[in-house]
Design a protein around this ligand. Structure first.
Ligand SMILES: Nc1ncnc2c1ncn2[C@@H]1O[C@H](COP(=O)(O)OP(=O)(O)OP(=O)(O)O)[C@@H](O)[C@H]1O
Length: 247
C-alpha cells in the first residue's frame, strides 16, 4: 500500500532523512519511534508530500512519485495520491467556527467524495464510531482535547483513505485523555483493518496493535520487526537505551 524507496530529505544543508526504505502492506500497522529529531515526522510528511522528498520515491496505492522539484504533472499526481492518505497531527486543527459535523464533512464535500447526503451520513456513522454521535452539533471549543482529536480522526476517515498517517496523535493530550484516542485507533486497526503508519512513543499501543515497529536513529531505520522482538530483545544498544527511557 505504501512503498518508501531510498528516501532522503534535506532542509538546506541539514540532511535529516538519510536513506529510508519502508514498505507498508494493506491492513498493516507500523509504529515508528525514536529520539526527537531522528526524522520520524519528516518521513511521514513525505508520504503525502507535505514535504517534498529531496531524493527517492514514494508510492501509495499504486501512484509512484519521485522526489525532487514539482512539475505541473507531478502536482496533479500529488493531488491524486493525497486522496488515498488521511493524516492526523499532534494538534487537532479543527475549524473553531464550524460544528463538529461540518468539520468532519468539509474536506470530503470539497473533494466530492460522494453526494452531500452520502457524506453527511458517513460523517454521522464515523462520529458514532469514535463515540461522539451526540456532539455533531457542538463547536470544537466545547470539546475536550481527546474528543477534538477523535473528531480529527473522523474527519480524515470521511475522505475514505486507504492509509492513515498519525503523527504523535496523543502527545498534546493530558494522560487521562490519551486512552480514548488510542482506543479509537485500536478499533480502526482491529475492526476496520486500516493500513496505518503511527509515529508514537506509546509503547503499550505498539505492543498491542502494531504488526511492525521501526526504530529511527539519525535519519535512518536502525532496526525493525514485530513488537515482541523489538521491545523484547532489541538488537542495537541505541534501541535498548531508548526503550529503557520510555518504558
Ligand atoms: N521545515 C523544516 N525546516 C527546517 N528543519 C526542519 C524542518 N522540519 C524538520 N526539521 C528538522 O529536521 C530534523 C528532524 O525533524 P523531525 O520532526 O522529522 O524529527 P522527529 O524524529 O519527528 O522528532 P520530533 O519527535 O521532535 O518531532 C530536526 O532537526 C528538525 O529541526
Amino acid at each position: 500500500m505504501v512503498r518508501i524507496d531510498g528516501l532522503h530529505k534535506s532542509f538546506g544543508h541539514l540532511e535529516v532523512v538519510k536513506g529510508v526504505d519502508l514498505d507498508v502492506h494493506k491492513g498493516e500497522v507500523v509504529v515508528i519511534f525514536g529520539r526527537s529529531g531522528s526524522g520520524k515526522s519528516t518521513v511521514l510528511r513525505c508520504v503525502n508530500f507535505i514535504e517534498d522528498p529531496t531524493l527517492g520515491s514514494i508510492e501509495v496505492a499504486g501512484i509512484r512519485l519521485e522526489g525532487g522539484h514539482r512539475t505541473r504533472h507531478k502536482r496533479d499526481q500529488i493531488r491524486k495520491l493525497r486522496l488515498h492518505v488521511g493524516m492526523v497531527f499532534q494538534q487537532f486543527n479543527l475549524f473553531p467556527n464550524m460544528t463538529v459535523l461540518d468539520n468532519v464533512t468539509c474536506a470530503a464535500r470539497c473533494a466530492k467524495r460522494g453526494s452531500d447526503a452520502e457524506i453527511a451520513q458517513r460523517a454521522k456513522d464515523l462520529l458514532d464510531r469514535v463515540g461522539l454521535a451526540d456532539k455533531a452539533g457542538e463547536h470544537p471549543i466545547r470539546l475536550s482535547g481527546g474528543q477534538q482529536q477523535r473528531v480529527a480522526i473522523a474527519r480524515a476517515l470521511c475522505m475514505q483513505p486507504d492509509v492513515m498517517l498519525f503523527d504523535e496523535p496523543t502527545s498534546a493530550l493530558d494522560p487521562e485523555l490519551t486512552g480514548e484516542v488510542l482506543g479509537v485507533m485500536r478499533t480502526l486497526a482491529t475492526e476496520m483493518h486500516m493500513t496505518m503508519m503511527v509515529v508514537t512513543h506509546e509503547m503499550g499501543f505498539a505492543r498491542e496493535v502494531a504488526d511492525r515497529m521501526a526504530f529511527f536513529h539519525e535519519g535512518r531505520i536502525l532496526e525493525q520487526g514485530p513488537p515482541s522482538e523489538i521491545i523484547g530483545s532489541p538488537e542495537h544498544a541505541e534501541t535498548r537505551a531508548f526503550l529503557d527511557a520510555v518504558l
